[in-house]
Design a protein around this ligand. Structure first.
Ligand code: SF4
Ligand code: SF4
Length: 286
């Protein structure tokens, strides 16, 4: 079953500066201004059907208007459901308010653990507290990049997080060319398992040739309002669907075979957009 989904980059800027960040410093900046947010909310409000809008960044909560305007506006001006990808640096006051605002509409809360800026025990303690504020139906998951050569560190975090009853989701280290080399296959498999699917890990697989509904029932919106059929398409400067601030957005009418050799994000796969890749919203991780 396909779950219509939009990934909205509500901020380019981030309050962290991770050495392995796939977004270069040059592009990790900028935030939509209030009038652009109003245009986006209008656009989402007029979009037919109910979509899952996944807010990402940069860092969503570091945008001062995220809690003031974006989240309240999505709740009051649109019928859509909300997910969020965050580095979980927001303070408890904001997190508590967020949980209250999105009650009944939150799908996935992805908290990324970045050890260059966060300490695992404090992170786990805060996560356990936060999960207690959410309805049981909300999927809370801890994402972590597995750094090549540091698989044992990731394994320790996984064990610590899972011991607290939380879900841990590994991401392979991505580079501009694809996925980084892992010289120690045994160490890597000890962390991600033998044959993980898109619900168990983000391995950035190749789905070239498979029918894909990206651009039809899934798209991304960047901080400048430009909409793209998927991240790979955007990287190649293809699949532009228009700009949601300007109002010239158009969805594609039909799915098409994937032309790309890497699918860097598990969202389209886990929302049922890709032929032959089974999905279940109940198991969506990221
Ligand atoms: S928290 Fe995420 S967006 Fe921010 S610097 Fe780290 S990896 Fe990049
Ligand atoms: S890269 Fe992924 S989301 Fe993009 S067209 Fe291919 S399968 Fe679809």
């Amino acid at each position: 079953m396909r779950t219509p989904t939009i990934e909205w980059q509500v901020a380019g800027a981030c309050n962290y500066d991770c050495s392995y960040c796939i977004q270069s410093k040059k592009y990790r900046r900028g935030r939509p201004a209030e009038e652009q947010i109003s245009s986006a909310l209008r656009f989402f409000g007029e979009l037919p059907g109910v979509w899952e809008i996944k807010c990402s960044g940069g860092e969503a909560f570091a945008h001062p208007l995220f809690m003031q305007r974006i989240v309240p506006g999505l709740m009051s001006d649109t019928p859509h459901r909300i997910s969020v990808l965050t580095n979980f640096s927001a303070d408890r006051e904001d997190l508590e308010r967020f949980a209250g605002l999105v009650h009944g509409r939150l799908v996935v809360f992805s908290a990324s653990l970045h050890l260059e800026f966060a300490e695992v025990d404090l992170f786990v303690e805060k996560a356990s507290w936060f999960v207690g504020l959410l309805e049981p139906s909300v999927r809370f998951v801890v994402n972590q990049v597995v750094i090549p050569g540091e698989e044992s560190v990731a394994l320790q975090c996984k064990q610590r997080i899972e011991a607290a009853g939380l879900r841990w989701f590994p991401q392979l280290f991505k580079t501009k060319e694809g996925v980084a080399e892992y010289s120690d296959e045994v160490a890597l498999r000890s962390v991600i398992g033998e044959a993980p699917g898109p619900r168990e890990a983000n391995l950035a697989p190749n789905y070239q040739g498979r029918m894909c509904w990206s651009g039809v029932e899934y798209f991304t919106v960047d901080k400048d309002g430009d909409a793209w059929s998927c991240r790979s398409a955007k990287r190649k400067g293809k699949g532009h669907l228009g700009n949601i601030y300007r109002g010239d957005f158009r969805l594609n009418a039909e799915p098409a075979p994937c032309p790309w050799s890497i699918c860097p994000c598990t969202v389209p796969a886990n929302r049922g957009m890709i032929e032959g890749v089974s999905s279940s919203i109940a198991a969506v991780e990221e």
